[in-house]
Design a protein around this ligand. Structure first.
Ligand code: ATP
Ligand code: MG
Length: 878
């Protein structure tokens, strides 16, 4: 069975058990401050488990793209070394939201594995929660009894809290779980060692494939457990591991999920996979990481310097580094793999193939940048080599950490290079630096969250801000959040006009008003589907009714900018082409910022055209067509611009400004009519990353003000030029005149210089076989002073020339000697100029035959010629 069939069989099986099959949510998480990437199949359904929102279906199944490289689940360091942990993997899952429970879940999992996939029963083990005295939790007898009817009792193992009690996070839904493990060893080995003893013991061929979690409890911040009102099932099966088991392989990498990538990399590197552990690890790292990188980028997360973007950058760099060190890839190579992957996954995750060109460019650019950094790090190591040698042949911890932190060299790479150079690395010192940095960032980000105080259970928070700016509300729950030196409150209301930051649009601000009290709402944010009103204090009576009102004026400006963003998006596609896709956006009361994929600078003429199209739409005063709760397929039929990375929901909101012009899925707030935008003006165009451009623009009053400022500036110029028409012509003419004058001036000065040269030559004093000329001169630039000195050298033999001049208000001295004097008379221009510079309170130097000095005291210049004569006489007479 190939992997595509295996996946399909899973989905078909659960469809036959009345499950709704849904597509994978994007791997990049948008509205959850506790999670950057989806790390398990249940994550997109958190709101249903938390009771924030009713589930639209009681039974759901899917395959979910997951990433485990940060936070609670972090498998990154294992990846490549073991054969069954990946960064990005697919988790097959089935869910019951308050519907079926343990019996159906376990029976179906058994039926699927042993009857549909035909996995031999004597290779399977299951585990059951053994209970925990400290938590006062009993053993999961119910699960045990169900298993007993299907599998021999000696294959049912007891598991402790670590392995068999699943928790979503520090707080939240949790419960006992029951795992299924498979033993893939040969019959011979199985006869030697009982598989039971290898379960949960990190054996690469005895691995967990499926986990059935029974959500029964909610963990509170004080660590106590309370029973959930409804019970749920959450299961997760590693797709790649399942393929390994069904295809009878010993490693996930030997399945058809990874082989095309593995073979491609091996081929590029000119090695054979399976012959050398070192190159094998590198090949596995690359085959694994390219999946994580490609799918996160195609779901909307660009590599960057912080947060989620930095996680992606680190994975990419890990792959580049393994290729660089073990496979001798010195040029970008990762980006080439995306094509293989896109072909392979087009039928399940079409988003990659659809954006292939873009994803490739982003990766190639990142690779280039990191390879340059690697080179620089290597140079830094070379430069310090002597220092290390003197330091007992050791690279100190600080430098190793600097290489890690600044140049992206992990310790093992530094160690490897060190070994090649006959050096060691102070690993302890490195660890200390690392620890210090961790402490620094830990302290900076430590926050403490209290449990929700629930005032009205089961009340869903309703957003009414599309239709009104104020409404009557009650608080349904609140909590306190303490960060380093501030404390704030998160309030959830039954009804609210406050828009929570999302889709690029900033959150609303405003007030909650009860008799005699106004509590300011500082910001509004989302946590999954909860709308959090952020305040610095609680209202005196949290149970009272309020009037909640947003800052309507600010919101109006935001509406204009948001609608203008839609008009801009369509104009961009019209002018630049359909490859333009939104890559990010910010809409606030001042400005709109739109990032989009495009590979070249947007030319001025194109910008004008884009601006023109948008303003035309503004003048057409197109009414807003807003439709809520549109089934997703219908929205697509309406021609809605597909947004990758948009979370799957059955019903969406469609915003249309002219059905043939702009149709977008959007949750934001908009003007009723494009005429309200008033005027649209682009103020900048720039690059933000490889293949991503950014346009910033303003609308309405801000645009008017901007244009007025420009006009004021122009009028000021007109006044100065004293002309009303053809200002640019007048400025151009002025510049031409200026150039002509400059030329004339130069010619004049050169002629003057020639005259000066002759005058000076005649002033030479004969002194003991030398021609001494010391003079204060009048020159307009240091270049002329130098030219004069060098010209004199051509025409006067045995020359000792000392010139003093005031140039741009500063005193300068130049000393020029004929070469023969330097040798024969023991004269030195540098020494002379230094001595003379004392007169002008300055210093200088140069070569033995020519030197210059500058100073601070112009009044000392006049004394220089006489002092020079004295000096020279003293030297010569000796
Ligand atoms: P393990 O102990 O093997 O790391 P886990 O206990 O972390 O697994 P769960 O969180 O229960 O796993 O996830 C459910 C299933 O997802 C596992 O049974 C396994 O098949 C799969 N899985 C978990 N982590 C990974 C990973 N990093 N790569 C591939 N599959 C994984
Ligand atoms: Mg794990």
């Amino acid at each position: 069975m190939n992997s595509a069939e295996i996946r399909q069989k899973f989905l078909d099986f659960f469809a036959s058990k009345q499950h709704q099959i849904v597509p994978s949510a994007p791997i990049v998480v948008k509205d959850d401050p506790t999670l950057m990437f989806i790390n398990s199949g249940m994550a997109p359904f958190k709101d249903y488990f938390l009771g924030n929102k009713p589930a639209p279906y009681k039974r759901v199944a899917d395959t979910q793209k997951c990433l485990r490289v940060s936070g609670k689940h972090n498998d990154l360091e294992e990846v490549g070394y073991d054969t069954y942990h990946h960064t990005m993997f697919e988790m097959l899952g089935n869910w019951s939201f308050g519907d079926y429970f343990k019996k159906e879940a376990l029976q179906w999992s058994w039926e699927l594995l042993t009857e549909v996939y035909q996995l031999p029963k004597d290779r399977l083990y299951v585990s059951v929660f053994q209970g925990d005295a400290a938590e006062n939790l009993p053993m999961d007898q119910e699960a045990y009894d169900i298993w007993k009817t299907m599998i021999a009792e000696d294959r049912i193992l007891m598991g402790n809290k670590k392995d068999n009690f699943w928790e979503m996070g520090d707080t939240g839904p949790c419960g006992p779980c029951s795992e299924i493990h498979v033993d893939l060893r040969s019959d011979e080995e199985r006869a030697k060692v009982d598989g039971k003893t290898l379960v949960n013991a990190d054996h690469p061929q005895v691995v967990e494939i499926w986990n059935n979690v029974f959500m029964e409890f909610n963990r509170l911040a004080d660590t106590s457990l309370v029973k959930l009102p409804a019970q749920h099932v959450d299961t997760g099966m590693g797709f790649e591991r399942l393929c390994m088991a069904i295809q009878g392989k010993q490693s996930n990498y030997d399945t058809d999920v990874f082989q095309p990538l593995i073979q491609y990399v091996a081929n590029e590197a000119g090695v054979t996979y399976g012959q050398d552990e070192k190159t094998d690890v590198a090949i596995r790292v690359i085959a694994d990481h390219i999946r994580a990188i490609s799918f996160t980028i195609s779901d909307g997360q660009l590599p960057s310097n912080n947060k989620a973007g930095y996680v992606i950058r680190r994975i990419l760099r890990r792959a580049v580094r393994y290729g660089f060190t073990f496979l001798d890839f010195k040029k970008p190579f990762l980006y080439k793999l995306t094509e293989v992957l896109a072909e392979q996954t087009a039928h399940v995750f079409p988003e990659l193939k659809q954006q292939l060109g873009f994803v490739q460019r982003v990766i190639e650019e990142e690779e280039n940048a990191f390879l340059r950094t690697l080179e620089n790090g290597l140079k830094r190591l070379d430069a310090l080599e002597d220092t290390f040698k003197q330091n007992n042949n050791t690279i100190d911890g600080k430098t190793a950490f600097e290489l890690y932190d600044t140049f992206g060299f992990p310790l093992d790479l530094t160690a490897l290079i060190a070994r090649e150079k006959g050096l060691k690395v102070d690993e302890q010192g490195f660890g200390k630096e690392m620890e210090q940095q961790k402490n620094r960032s830990r302290n900076a980000s430590a926050t403490e969250q209290s449990d929700w105080v629930i005032l009205q259970p089961d009340v869903v928070n309703e957003f009414v801000g599309y239709d009104c700016d104020t409404t009557d509300s009650h608080i349904v729950r609140y909590r306190q959040v303490k960060a380093k030196n501030k404390s704030e409150y998160h309030l959830v209301l039954d009804k609210t006009p406050f828009y929570a930051e999302s889709g690029g649009q900033v959150g609303d601000v405003g007030y909650l008003v009860a008799d005699g009290e106004r509590v300011e709402v500082l910001d509004t944010k989302k946590e999954n589907d909860l709308i959090l009103h952020i305040t610095s204090k609680l209202p005196q009576n949290v149970e009272a009714g309020f009037r909640s009102e947003i800052d309507a004026e600010r919101r109006n400006l935001i509406r204009k900018n948001h609608s203008a963003t839609h008009l801009l998006h369509s104009a961009l596609r019209k002018v630049l082409g359909d490859h333009v896709q939104q890559r990010g956006s910010l809409v606030n009361e001042k400005i709109l910022r739109f990032d989009f994929s495009h590979f070249a600078k947007v030319e001025d003429a194109e910008l004008r055209q884009i601006e023109h199209i948008v303003n035309e739409r503004v003048r057409q005063a197109i009414p807003l067509d807003e439709r809520r709760n549109v089934p997703i397929d219908e929205a697509k039929n309406m021609g809605a611009t597909a947004l990758f990375g948009e979370k799957y929901g059955d019903f969406v909101r469609v915003i249309t400004f002219g059905s043939d012009y702009s149709v977008e899925l959007c949750g934001g707030t908009h003007v009723h009519n494009t005429g309200n935008i008033g005027y649209f003006k682009i103020i900048s165009e720039s690059s933000v990353a490889a293949g991503v451009r950014r346009i910033e623009a303003i609308t309405a009053e801000a645009a008017e003000e901007h244009m007025q400022q420009q006009l004021n500036e122009l009028n000021a110029v007109r006044e100065v030029l004293n002309t009303q028409s053809n200002v640019s012509g007048a400025v151009q003419k002025m510049q031409e005149d200026l150039k002509a004058l400059q030329k004339q001036l130069e010619a004049y000065e050169l002629k003057q210089l020639g005259n000066l040269k002759e005058t000076l030559a005649q002033k030479a004093q004969q002194l003991n076989g030398i021609n001494l000329i010391t003079e204060r001169v009048d020159l307009s630039s240091a270049d002329y002073l130098k030219k004069l000195a060098f010209d004199m050298r051509q025409v006067v033999e045995n020359l000792v020339l000392i010139l003093a001049a005031e140039i741009d208000g500063k005193p300068q001295i130049a000393v020029m000697l004929s070469d023969n004097l330097v040798q024969e008379k023991n004269l030195n221009a540098s020494q002379l100029v230094r001595e003379l510079a004392k007169e002008i309170k300055g210093g200088g130097g140069g070569q033995p035959f020519y030197a210059t000095a500058g100073g601070k005291d112009v009044s000392g210049l006049n004394a220089v010629p006489a002092k020079a004569v004295e000096l020279i006489k003293a030297i010569i007479n000796e």
